[in-house]
Design a protein around this ligand. Structure first.
Ligand SMILES: [Zn+2]
Length: 297
């Protein structure tokens, strides 16, 4: 089943959504959230987390999948709302969030998307940049216990972004891996995102396929639950192979690469397959990356 609304997805896991993203909130004795959305939706996110958090439970950790602006934008607001919050991410993501130029560019994206939502940035640039950082670097194989047998296991989820991690939540059998699982737009409408490395992307999907899955949390549009969860990973794998073949055929038949990009985006628009909802710039970058990947060997 495709669950797009807020609510409980398993014994210890909740979906909290904002206008642009969906997030997995994991609740044991302590709570953790995976990814933080854009800055403009942070207050909405905090409000929804507070609605779900039990009185005696504290949001103690944020786990980041990757470093794109639509996943790191809310860190600063979350730190202010939950003192002592620890942000966990890969060494690659930590390095990006320690780079002043990267942070300034990300802040500019946050401001642009806030304006598109007719909102003002509530945190000034210097403060936002100083709060947007990683406290602990983590790696595939690490385990984090949240109490009451709730555990977050870290997996390699590269292929969309090379420095990306995914998180497998037990005992709820839920995988969260941002765009590593592509996107879902309804029956037979799955779009892959192998923009950084096709082979890494397929290996990530193979790793995920080997897990026992009850829930696949999508980066921006809800979660897939029940029997469809395992099937969806197979579907996205097939969609990735088919899209790569299609792109390779077009390149080999002489279609100009610069023409493939607008054609692919037009096809996605026509079939309501836009992988990143309102994030047209990211969608373009993903499409460009996948064409480059198809052209590369
Ligand atoms: Zn995203």
């Amino acid at each position: 089943m495709w669950v797009q609304s807020d609510g409980q997805l398993g014994e210890d896991i909740y979906q909290v959504t904002t206008i642009t993203s969906s997030h997995l909130l994991v609740i044991g004795e302590n709570a953790a959230i995976i990814d933080t959305g854009i800055a403009a939706t942070a207050e909405e996110l905090i409000h929804k987390i507070n609605e779900v958090l039990p009185d005696d439970c504290r949001l103690s950790q944020v786990f980041l999948c990757h470093d794109e602006f639509d996943h790191v934008g809310g860190i600063a607001s979350l730190r202010k709302a939950y003192p002592g919050l620890q942000v966990m991410a890969s060494t690659g993501v930590a390095a990006k969030l320690a780079d002043p130029d990267f942070l300034r560019t990300s802040y500019a994206e946050q401001s642009k998307h806030a304006a598109a939502l007719q909102q003002e940035m509530t945190i000034p640039i210097e403060e936002w940049c100083s709060l947007t950082s990683v406290d602990h670097t983590i790696k595939p194989g690490d385990h984090f216990h949240l109490g009451y047998d709730v555990e977050i296991r870290v997996i390699d989820a590269s292929g969309y972004r090379s420095n990306q991690l995914g998180y497998y939540v037990m005992p709820d059998k839920c995988i969260v891996a941002a765009e590593a699982v592509g996107s879902y737009h309804g029956r037979d409408k799955s779009v892959p995102s192998f923009s950084d490395n096709f082979n890494d992307y397929m290996n990530t999907l193979d790793r995920i396929a080997q897990l026992d899955l009850s829930v696949v949390a999508l980066p921006h549009a809800g979660a897939i639950t029940g029997e469809l969860a395992q099937k969806f990973i197979d579907q996205i794998r097939e969609a990735a192979t088919a899209l790569r073949t299609n792109l390779k055929d077009r390149i080999n038949s002489g279609e100009i690469i610069d023409n493939i990009l607008p054609a692919l985006i037009a096809e996605w628009d026509l079939n309501s397959l836009s992988p990143d909802g309102p994030f047209a710039g990211l969608r373009r970058k993903t499409a460009e990356g996948m064409i480059r990947q198809a052209a590369s060997d």
